[in-house]
Design a protein around this ligand. Structure first.
Ligand code: URA
Length: 221
């Protein structure tokens, strides 16, 4: 990963006015979290309230569950790259349309993939999976299977927000499915880069890590 190219892309992301999502009452584009030299990239849907506030993806309730699931397979957030299909928070946390996803990700996510060159991509939920494979791509039928994007293995799995809506037996079953999907993704990334450090001794406190970024978002308003 080239630092100067990454910061040039970050500058262009922050200045982005390419679509109307920027004007849906949010604090502006949300960047990535974690390590841009990681072989493992997780792609979510789009920022919610906490993410809009902090400027980084998946640091709210879904993010907390993601962190737990990652920890269970030997990964911590500081050693993986996490991003979203759409960078600006849609109003009232509505699900972005496929067209909105395409417009944003064709500008930004493709650039991130080019810069980070991940060895494995995990799609968290339908919005991410359908960006890569089209409107008919079903998470229910395909989670846990390997796909490919420009030579990179891609694994779709459930979004943590889906797990947060489950209860009882369904919840237990989907948690195990996500565990096995994450485990397979972690193993593939470890095979591709055996010397890379994937886990810190403790789970990082992401809200503390990005506290300065949070302040700067409010100053810019
Ligand atoms: N859900 C996502 O997919 N991404 C976020 O950043 C927050 C919630």
């Amino acid at each position: 990963m080239n630092d100067s190219k990454m910061s040039a892309w970050l500058n262009s992301l922050m200045a982005c006015q390419a679509c109307d999502l920027r004007h849906e009452g949010n604090l502006g584009p949300v960047r990535f979290s974690g390590d841009a030299s990681s072989p493992l990239m997780f792609v979510g849907e789009g920022p919610g309230g906490v993410e809009d506030e902090y400027g980084v993806p998946l640091v709210g309730p879904s993010g907390k569950l993601l962190d737990k699931a990652l920890w269970s397979v030997g990964l911590t957030r500081d050693h993986i790259y996490v991003t979203n299909i759409v960078k600006c928070r849609p109003k009232n946390n509505r699900t972005p349309t496929l067209e909105e996803g395409k417009r944003c990700a064709n500008i930004h996510l493709v650039k991130e993939i080019e810069l980070v060159q991940p060895k494995v991509i995990v799609c968290l939920g339908k919005v991410a999976f359908q960006y890569f494979y089209g409107r008919t791509a079903s998470i229910m039928h395909n989670r846990g299977k390997w796909f490919e994007y420009e030579g990179i293995p891609v694994m779709p799995t459930y979004h943590p927000a889906f797990l947060l809506r489950q209860t009882g037996h369904e919840l237990v079953e989907s948690k195990w499915q996500v565990y096995y999907d994450f485990k397979a993704a972690a193993e593939k990334a470890k095979e591709a880069m055996p010397d890379f450090t994937f886990k810190s001794p403790e789970k990082p406190d992401l809200l503390a890590t990005y506290a300065e970024l949070q302040k700067s978002r409010h100053i810019q308003q």
